[in-house]
Design a protein around this ligand. Structure first.
Ligand code: ATP
Length: 265
């Protein structure tokens, strides 16, 4: 049997801004159902790497593959259609409509896009059922009737994730998902991310600075430094590396220690 492609892969992915190489030959592959945290000091290239995957930026060289298909030159909407879901970038919430209607409208738009002569258009009831299924998945079903404008911030974020799922996102990307959240909203969103992985087998990429968040969620950590991938492995193994200790805990590596990765690129 042919080997299954990793759901997402970057091969020698590079972007230059003038003379500055912000992402420098990053090769990494992501298995279905995995949760990978991408870490590194400020300016390491984490958000730029995200932008290259989701399409906000186009690589100078290298390739992004989704299910084995090159998406490197595709626009953001094309990548979204293919299954890349970047969280908290949606501006198309309808604040005066209910939570359920918001999800239904996205499910409907998605169904229309996939419509062809041989497919059967889904009925309104089927779309509502689909919407409720997604809302149950993100633990927002009990708020289905509420208008979006009345939702607390944490629930609006859940709804945004629901919309990505309704759009068919296979890879969910979170760039500092707890930034700007109140203390009681943080566990809500962390719990959601955990459930997306464990209950729904989604593939999750997370840019995060907070080590406690990373420890509690990630099953793999990738470290970027000056745009390059310098470490890639299990959380405990990677966190113990001098390069990570230095960047996150302010501990300078001893001169005898070389910041080598278990699986350096
Ligand atoms: N559009 C751009 N034009 C020029 N330089 C850019 C652009 N986007 C990013 N950079 C530069 O690329 C480098 C990587 O930036 P990036 O925002 O990806 O880092 P980061 O690891 O996400 O940092 P932080 O943790 O502070 O968010 C930085 O030096 C930044 O100034």
């Amino acid at each position: 049997m042919a080997k299954e492609h990793p759901i997402l892969e970057t091969q020698d992915l590079t972007i230059r801004f003038g003379g500055h190489v912000a992402v420098d030959g990053v090769s990494a592959s992501f298995e279905r159902g995995s949760l990978t945290a991408i870490v590194g000091p400020n300016g390491a290239g984490k958000t730029t790497y995200f932008n290259l995957i989701s399409g906000q930026l186009t690589a100078t060289s290298g390739t992004v593959l989704l299910n084995g298909e090159a998406i490197t030159r595709m626009s953001v909407p094309e990548r979204t259609d293919k299954g890349i879901g970047r969280a908290f970038q949606l501006t198309n919430l309808f604040p005066t409509l209910s939570v359920r209607e918001n999800v239904r409208l996205v499910a409907q738009a998605k169904a229309r896009k996939g419509f062809d002569l041989f497919s059967v258009a889904e009925s309104h009831v089927e779309l509502l059922e689909r919407a409720d299924h997604v809302l149950a998945e993100v633990r927002l079903i009990d708020k289905a009737e509420q208008t979006v404008a009345a939702l607390p911030h944490g629930d609006q974020r859940k709804l945004e994730v629901a919309l990505l799922i309704a759009l068919g996102s296979q890879v969910l990307m979170f760039d500092e998902p707890t930034a700007g959240m109140s203390v009681d909203e943080v566990p809500v969103i962390l719990d959601l991310i955990r459930k997306l992985k464990s209950d729904m087998d989604r593939t999750i990429l997370l840019v995060e600075h907070k080590m406690d968040v990373i420890r509690s969620l990630a099953d793999r950590i990738i470290v970027l430094h000056n745009g390059a991938l310098v470490a890639d492995g299990e959380p405990a193994e990677v966190i113990a590396l001098p390069v990570v200790q230095e960047a996150y805990l302010g501990k300078a590596p001893k001169s005898s220690e070389t910041p080598e990765a278990p699986e350096a690129a």
